[in-house]
Ligand binder design. Structure first.
Ligand code: SAJ
Length: 423
């Protein structure tokens, strides 16, 4: 089966790099997005998201004529759906973007086409997508009814790339390919082999869905363990960073690092997709989410205690005189991505509740977007250190490593940035 024209639906953090990598292998790629601004930006050879080197790859793909973006789906040999799957209400998965994408491509499907769901999805979503497609195209046959002889092949192949390393990981990582039938899997493997150097490992759609959720839940549970340890150690007056370093010397122990909470759009979301399907059984997975979601509140409490402590030592001052500097706003080190960032959440809450000055330091960002700029004042590192009475380390950006600090400053080090240095 040859794929000459490939369509990618959803040109965000996963869809756009995937489209660009197919195009770099000289395939004709039609990128589809509902956002006309994103479509125009891409058609100019530019990008609307931040990811190292992506601008160059997209620029080359567009100028060489292999990649084109549009708001309206067009016929293709393969369709990859990479739209968001957020949650709604009480952590229920919201499949409405997958539903709209399915309904949008249905009219242009033809016999022999392959449709792949890449979006991280709850178990059963691929079958649901296939049902939406079948409802919209009663003239075609689909695997849930016609098995191996179906006109359309359907598979789930979750993305697993790490933001900041997307272009490398897209090519090098192994892919789990879950077809609704073995022929669907075979077609999907042939498609990914166009650019994937890693292994393409075949399973069924439900296992592929659960595999992606399992990977992110595994990380969430392990971070929750580290976060819980940090709270226990604080109570027992033990340096958690030293503790973890020592425990990790055991050949079968590998504890992750505590922090101010878990951010980003994947690890803090995906475990809920397991919980929502099996609420009675997924007890540890739910608890881990709760532990990680509560960590920012614990940090806020620590900041309050630090202010009280400062005022006790400086009897003539009031809370209004206390300057708090928060170092780092992004959801993890050395990126500028603020989405679902616990560091940003904590800083905003401090700015909202503390009567004195709050300085936000984020060297990866020149200016805060729109509404945020009304709520927070960005400061450079030196100014913040000079003026701060309390310093809160929220993200371990490499650039913070050279900070020259007055040791008398009250530091709340959620990342163990300095504590890790103390012997
Ligand atoms: N974090 C800690 N302690 C740690 C490691 C991470 O507090 O020891 C925090 C980070 O600071 C951040 C959050 O966890 O706030 C998530 O960061 P991350 O680097 O663990 O993961 P993401 O969200 O950038 O990407 C994850 C990856 N999944 C796994 O590593 C299992 C990536 O491979 C997935 O493709 C991505 O989710 C996704 O799209 O699902």
């Amino acid at each position: 089966m040859s794929f000459e024209t490939i369509s990618v639906i959803g040109l965000g953090y996963i869809g756009l790099p995937t489209a660009a990598v197919f195009a770099s292998r000289k395939k004709t790629v039609i990128g589809v997005d509902v956002n006309p601004l994103a479509v125009d930006t891409i058609n100019r050879g530019e990008i609307h998201i931040v990811e190292p080197d992506l601008d160059m790859v997209v620029h080359a793909a567009v100028t060489e004529g292999y990649l084109r973006a549009t708001t309206k789906p067009e016929p293709a040999d393969a369709f990859l759906i990479a739209v968001p799957t957020p949650f709604k209400g009480d952590h229920e998965p919201d499949l409405s973007y997958i539903e709209s994408a399915s309904k949008a491509i249905a009219p242009v499907l033809k016999k022999g086409d392959l449709v792949i769901l890449e979006s991280t999805s709850p178990v059963g979503a691929t079958e649901q997508m296939s049902t939406w497609l079948a409802e919209a195209r009663p003239d075609l046959t689909f695997p849930q009814m016609h098995g191996e002889s179906s006109d359309i092949r359907i598979a789930h192949c979750p993305e697993r790339v790490l933001p900041g390393h997307v272009l490398r990981e897209l090519v090098q990582n192994d892919r789990v390919v879950g077809g609704m039938t073995p022929k669907c899997s075979e077609a999907a493997v042939n498609l990914y082999k166009i650019f994937v150097d890693g292994d393409c490992i075949v399973t069924n759609a439900r296992t592929a869905e659960m595999c992606k959720l399992t990977e992110n839940s595994f990380r969430d549970v392990n971070i929750a363990f580290a976060n819980e340890l940090s709270i226990i150690c604080d109570r027992l007056d033990i340096n958690v960073w030293e503790l973890i370093r020592l425990a990790n010397r055991h050949p079968r122990v590998n504890i992750l690092q505590p922090g101010p909470g878990v951010g980003g759009h994947c690890i803090a979301v995906d475990p809920w997709f397991i919980v929502s399907r099996t609420p009675e059984e997924a007890r540890l997975i739910r608890t881990a989410r709760e532990v990680n979601d509560n960590k920012p509140l614990w940090v806020l409490e620590k900041i309050k205690l630090a202010v009280a402590d400062f005022l006790q030592r400086n009897a003539r001052k009031t809370a209004k005189d206390v300057t708090i500097a928060c170092f780092g706003l992004s959801f993890k080190p050395d990126i500028d991505d603020l989405r679902e960032s616990p560091a940003l959440g904590i800083t905003l809450k401090v700015a909202e509740t503390h009567p004195g000055t709050v300085l936000a330091v984020e060297p990866n960002i020149n200016a805060l977007p729109g509404k945020l700029s009304q709520k927070l004042t960005l400061a450079d590192m030196d100014t913040a250190i000079r003026n701060a009475d309390i310093l809160v380390m929220l993200v371990d950006h490499a650039i913070f490593k050279g900070l020259d600090l007055d040791r008398s400053l009250h530091i709340i080090d959620t990342r163990g940035f300095f504590e890790r240095l103390i012997p």
